[in-house]
Design a binder for this molecule. Structure first.
Ligand code: HEM
Length: 175
């Protein structure tokens, strides 16, 4: 099931846009999480948490799901395959884990935003949960750099299954 060259370019554009966009949106989220935690200005703190909830639900989650989905399309629709090359397999694992952690963070994000909307948060209120958002966003950003780097360098290592497939392809193409 290989894609035509023009379809492959189209799908790759969607894949790179969603994946790298996800990284950028997490960077914006991190800045807001740090301001929400450290700012002395109550308006700034409220604005930060309200904006974080919107960015998380309407930018980060959709981009993460799109990155995963288009990544699957790129793997299964090209000779790279999903289980044949270690770089693709690691990207899949990291992206799935990052997406699960992200989805688990959505409840605390919405909770903090709800409290921030209704009351004025002092620097002690929900402190642990607010620190946890900074840690998760910072950690997420670093973790997402791994699939980014793997994609560009594409280290050669193939799985046992990948080597068998490659062998089959070579013998099939011989008359
Ligand atoms: C945050 C996660 C991800 C990032 C930052 C990312 C980034 C990228 C980038 C920049 C490229 C273009 C590389 C190039 O053309 O030289 C690429 C290609 C690719 N990605 Fe991802 N990706 C992510 C997730 C995934 C996932 C989850 C999969 C598989 C399940 C995947 C599979 C692929 C494949 C197979 C290609 C090669 C496509 C081709 O040769 O046409 N990616 N990715």
């Amino acid at each position: 099931m290989t894609m035509t060259p023009s379809l492959r370019k189209f799908a790759l554009t969607a894949h790179v846009t969603s994946s790298v966009g996800w990284l950028g949106a997490v960077a914006a989220f991190l800045v807001l999480a740090v301001s929400g935690l450290t700012s002395q200005d109550a308006q700034m703190v409220r604005a930060a948490y309200l904006a974080m909830e919107l960015i998380a639900w309407f930018v980060i989650v959709p981009l993460a799901l799109a990155s995963l989905l288009t990544g699957l399309v790129m793997s299964l629709g090209t000779p790279w395959g999903l289980f044949q090359n270690y770089w693709v397999l690691f990207k899949l694992l990291i992206t799935v884990v990052a997406t699960i952690v992200l989805l688990l963070q959505m409840e605390p994000i919405s909770y903090i935003a709800g409290v921030a909307a209704e009351t004025t948060l002092s620097s002690a209120d929900l402190r642990e949960a607010r620190i946890s958002l900074v840690v998760h966003a910072g950690g997420g950003l670093l973790v997402l750099l791994v699939p980014m780097i793997l994609s560009v360098y594409k280290p050669r290592g193939m799985t046992r299954y990948g080597r068998r497939k490659q062998h089959e392809r070579r013998t099939e193409s011989q008359p």
